[in-house]
Write a protein that binds this ligand. Sequence first.
Ligand SMILES: Cc1cc2nc3c(=O)[nH]c(=O)nc-3n(C[C@H](O)[C@H](O)[C@H](O)COP(=O)(O)OP(=O)(O)OC[C@H]3O[C@@H](n4cnc5c(N)ncnc54)[C@H](O)[C@@H]3O)c2cc1C
Length: 334
Amino acid sequence: MAVAKMHLAVRGAGVVGLWQALTLARAGHRVTLYERSATPFADACSPFAGAMLAPRCEEESAEPVIRALGERSIALWLKTYPGTVANGTLIVAPSRDRVLIDRFARMTEGGDRLDRTGLAQLEPDLAKRFAGALYYAGEAHLAPDQALAFLLDAAQAAGTRVKLGEVGMPQDADLVIDCRGLAAKNDLPTLRGVRGERIVVRSREVHLAHPVRFLHPRFPLYIVPWGDGLYMIGATVIESEETGPVSVRSALDLLSAAYALDPAFAEAEIVRQGASARPAFPDNRPRIIAAKGYIYVNGLYRHGFLLAPALAELVATFVETGARHEEVFVADPA
Ligand SMILES: Cc1cc2nc3c(=O)[nH]c(=O)nc-3n(C[C@H](O)[C@H](O)[C@H](O)COP(=O)(O)OP(=O)(O)OC[C@H]3O[C@@H](n4cnc5c(N)ncnc54)[C@H](O)[C@@H]3O)c2cc1C
């Protein structure tokens, strides 16, 4: 039996709202996307992301559901966005802290141990300083600015009407899907922001092709190669909703660790710095909160890019069949 198509309003054009609009428009629904800012992504957390798609590595500190949904999301990114790079993630640690690698391997699944020769095949410069690494094949990453612009275009090409500079409640939709991130806090009292600072540099002397996590005991960090000589160095995780510039202390930590990873970062140019607040519930798990005529998709924390496609698919299935993924759908956000 054919499913009746609906008029759906999506509030918020961050990575979550864009994937909702695209998925639902491609499923044949009439979609209108409302975004508060007049310029796309100007007020969003999403452009601050790495944007690593690392479901196995995240298992070190996240629940198994994140891995399962993340792996599904990578498949959807690869099918949808040609800029998705799926060449895996490397984990390294200073030689005196090899125990950190062992711990990371114990907390996660699917990491292959590389010796120096194996590491040299993937990242020759790192093999000069590190005797080995853990390697998670199949993980992916992308450059967020290009990916967000692509999703906006693709959603429009699929028939989504985009209304910029709109803050009000959509009146004429059959169903509203609220993807306002931290701006939904008044409705969702347990939602909080978790500050993340990052620095973007440009270098012609650094030659990293894979996202690298550096298990430094004091300043753990990751570096994501965005292409064209750009590297994102991130990210702090601070219980604060303050956005704005990176603090001197965080800049020292991030840049010192990057320099320890690869001294070629010393000559890099800082091209961007700043912080945003990741929307998160107390257990740092995402929620789809479905009430009559209104659905919130929120709390994606460190995993907005990692989870947005899979959550959009779950909402589309719910809209068409009423089926709810029991670990993600909740009646009460608390
Ligand atoms: C430093 C840092 C690094 C990160 N790295 C990664 C990573 O490597 N991988 C990963 O998966 N995730 C990462 N994240 C997390 C990711 O960025 C977030 O989970 C994600 O951006 C949340 O997306 P969102 O769409 O929910 O919110 P947002 O991107 O904030 O989008 C919400 C949108 O709603 C709009 N809005 C607000 N009010 C209204 C209204 N009334 N009407 C209409 N629109 C409204 C806002 O303007 C905004 O555009 C990182 C985050 C940070 C800060």
